[in-house]
Design a protein around this ligand. Structure first.
Ligand SMILES: [Zn+2]
Length: 234
């Protein structure tokens, strides 16, 4: 019995060291999206006007005929999509409001919101990332509406992203809103830069995770992973 406990403890310590080491790796690159301080000096409409010209230039350079009926609207369409949709989550004004509720039911177990659809964009290639996010938290007296978790995923996904940072941003935001470290997130996603070009591996997907507070305990973590039973379908 003593051995089992010791082994459990050693496993836990090993995982804590691994998490510690991972944390150190991230010290240099903050979890914040790298934005310049003047990022919001231009209004959305000014950005759309500028990006429209940039897209027009790219298409022109590629030799496309921008007077063609099918192509002439593309620069405007892409500019609007970048600013208002797929990169709309860069703007702090679009962050979902943090309305929380008192945990009236005194539900003290973990709450899992799984299979949250995720569309993001790889910041290295500007190609889509498509997948599922799974979130869990253990309330310390505060709860959020379920759809709030979907909205937070969507907000941080709508940026040029790396999946590791996205996972951490979601956890940190929920830790802040819920006033607890006991938040975890697993993301299982396909990167079209891997699936549709380059190595062209259509079957591979990338799994990232961030386990805060009680989720660093292997038993709690196991419960969460059992709940989400990772066999994401696309
Ligand atoms: Zn990429």
């Amino acid at each position: 019995m003593q051995f089992v406990n010791n082994k459990k403890r050693m496993d836990l310590e090993k995982q804590l060291r691994e998490i510690e080491a991972m944390g150190n790796d991230h010290v240099g690159s903050s979890t914040d999206t790298p934005l310049r301080s003047d990022a919001f000096e231009l209004s959305d409409i000014e950005k759309i006007a500028k990006i429209k010209e940039d897209v027009r230039n790219i298409m022109n350079t590629l030799g496309l005929d921008l007077t063609d009926d099918s192509l002439k609207g593309t620069p405007t369409r892409v500019a609007k999509m970048f600013v208002q949709e797929i990169f709309g989550g860069l703007h702090p004004d679009r962050k979902p409001k943090a309305s929380t509720f008192e945990n009236k039911y005194k539900y003290g177990e973990m709450l899992v919101e799984k299979n949250i659809t995720l569309y993001s964009t790889c910041e290295h290639h500007l190609l889509p990332i498509v997948g599922k996010a799974h979130i869990a938290y253990i309330s310390n007296g505060t709860v959020v509406g379920l759809s709030k978790m979907n909205r937070i995923v969507d907000y941080f996904a709508k940026r040029p992203q790396v999946q590791e940072r996205l996972t951490m941003q979601i956890v940190e935001e929920l830790q802040h809103i819920l006033q607890t470290k006991d938040v975890a997130c697993v993301i299982d996603a396909k990167h079209l830069c891997v699936n549709s070009r380059g190595i062209r591996d259509i079957d591979s997907s990338t799994v990232t995770s961030e386990f805060g507070g009680k989720f660093k305990d292997p038993n709690v973590r196991r419960d969460f992973l059992d709940y989400i039973n990772l066999d994401t379908e696309f």
